[in-house]
Write a protein that binds this ligand. Structure first.
Ligand SMILES: Cc1cc2nc3c(=O)[nH]c(=O)nc-3n(C[C@H](O)[C@H](O)[C@H](O)COP(=O)(O)OP(=O)(O)OC[C@H]3O[C@@H](n4cnc5c(N)ncnc54)[C@H](O)[C@@H]3O)c2cc1C
Length: 400
């Protein structure tokens, strides 16, 4: 059956980025179609760890992250559910003196960004978080950060966009996009065609194809973070936990299950899919037992992994195409897009409405991959992307 739609904006990819953009655009009165090759929120946005964290982000992401931070407590009004969002705080642990120095340097770097980080020494940690193993030297607490249930949040944004009047087309893969005069012509699924004035390329780990189609190849690679969840146990963790330098991240939900990550899965023959490694799962559980003695006997009941787009400087691509008027990119969130996605959605809607946004996004321009590298670019990559004074190395990279 053929179907034709004429809209202001076609959003390609119904992850949290695309769905939140679709909702924000509908709330501004634009005609919107949101297309996903599967179900909205079924890829990275729906299977991630659920960390809603500003702490540890590179400086250039913080204005966007702060914008999203203001949205999370308003989810119920915005999408109809609170998404189990809990402003628990995010505690980043230091295993060594070097880690502590790194946490201190980060706190100094972001001191004027409104994160209100609190550095905690060994004794303070023992007093306030006695469930963290005594071998941990200290920590940095971001009391305003938290966690949420990605499975609920991401689908709910797409449902809210549908209720607000967006055409949400699931199981409808976009197969071709062409610039046609002042607008775009899209082909999708079985006989679906669209005309749109704007395209938002929010196709996650599949977005590079659409950028390349418009003459903007990007060095996007795929990563496959792997997660486990334990059986419900007595309340232990009062905060969302990260580790300086990576290795483990963990949170406990109200039902008592602990969600823990820190390793990477292996891609299957079809690199759209991956499978957690058995030794990776064991490594996560062993680290969990070391850092949280109360979880030594907790059973892991399920593990999984997801497909995520990664950029070499660990910053996303957000903003107008350099080659094609009306094309806007938003992808490459490199393991950390869940928290900022609702802010990205608002920014994308502003770009459509105003041609610009009040939130600084210059650092995320796609042109950084096409222009010759200058010394200033190199500096920004070193110090702005997490590879500098507050590294979160790959593959340990517990960036969530
Ligand atoms: C296991 C895991 C743990 C993570 N933990 C965290 C965390 O704790 N905190 C955090 O901030 N971030 C985390 N992340 C990262 C975060 O999940 C992602 O950065 C974010 O969800 C990216 O959203 P997205 O909308 O760009 O991509 P996606 O959610 O992948 O959405 C892209 C969508 O595009 C669709 N698509 C692709 N091609 C087409 C096509 N041709 N036509 C139509 N649709 C198409 C896909 O089906 C998909 O639904 C984690 C990621 C993973 C995988």
């Amino acid at each position: 059956m053929s179907r034709h739609l004429d809209v202001d904006v076609a959003v390609v990819g119904g992850g949290l980025v695309g769905s939140s953009a679709a909702l924000a655009l509908r709330n501004m009165g634009f005609g919107v179609a949101l297309l996903d090759k599967g179900f909205c929120g079924a890829q990275a946005s729906g299977v991630n760890y659920g960390g809603v964290r500003r702490q540890g982000r590179p400086l250039e992401q913080l204005p966007l992250s702060q914008r999203a931070h203001a949205i999370w407590p308003r989810l119920k009004g915005l999408i109809g559910i609170d998404g189990e969002f809990l402003r628990s705080g995010h505690l980043k642990l230091a295993r060594s003196e070097d880690d502590m120095v790194s946490l201190e340097a980060y706190a100094a770097t972001v001191a004027d960004q409104g994160l209100d980080l609190e550095l905690i020494g060994h004794n303070g940690l023992r007093e306030r978080f006695p469930w963290v193993d005594g071998s941990i030297l200290g920590a940095s607490l971001c009391a305003g950060d938290g966690h949420a249930n990605p499975r609920l949040v991401s689908a709910a944004f797409a449902s809210a966009a549908r209720r607000a009047g967006a055409h949400v087309l699931e199981n409808t893969a976009v197969t071709g996009i062409a610039r046609n005069g002042e607008s775009f012509a899209l082909e999708a699924g079985e006989g679906v065609s669209l005309k749109a004035r704007f395209i938002i390329n929010s196709a996650g780990a599949w977005a590079d194809r659409f950028a390349a189609d418009f003459g903007e190849p990007v060095p996007l690679t795929r990563i496959y973070p792997s997660m486990i969840v334990t059986e419900p146990v007595a309340p232990v963790m009062t905060v969302n936990i990260g580790m300086e330098g990576g290795g483990i991240y963990a949170r406990q939900v109200e039902r008592g299950n602990c969600v823990v990550g820190g390793e990477r899965a292996l891609p299957l023959d079809d690199p759209d899919f991956s499978r957690p490694r058995g030794d990776g799962v064991l490594a996560i559980m062993n680290r969990t037992a070391e850092v949280f003695p109360a979880l030594r006997h907790a059973q892991a009941i399920r593990f999984w992994s997801g497909t995520e787009a990664a950029m070499p400087d660990r910053n996303p691509v957000i903003g107008f195409s350099d080659t094609t008027p009306g094309l806007i990119h938003a992808f490459g969130f490199t393991g950390a897009g869940f928290q900022i996605a609702p802010g990205v959605g608002e920014v994308l809607a502003e770009l459509v409405r105003d041609g610009r946004t009040s939130t600084p996004i210059e650092a995320f321009s796609i042109s950084r991959f096409s222009r010759p590298t200058s010394p200033a670019d190199l500096d920004r990559t070193r110090y702005g992307s997490g590879a500098g004074p507050h590294p979160e190395p790959q593959p340990r990279g517990a960036s969530t």
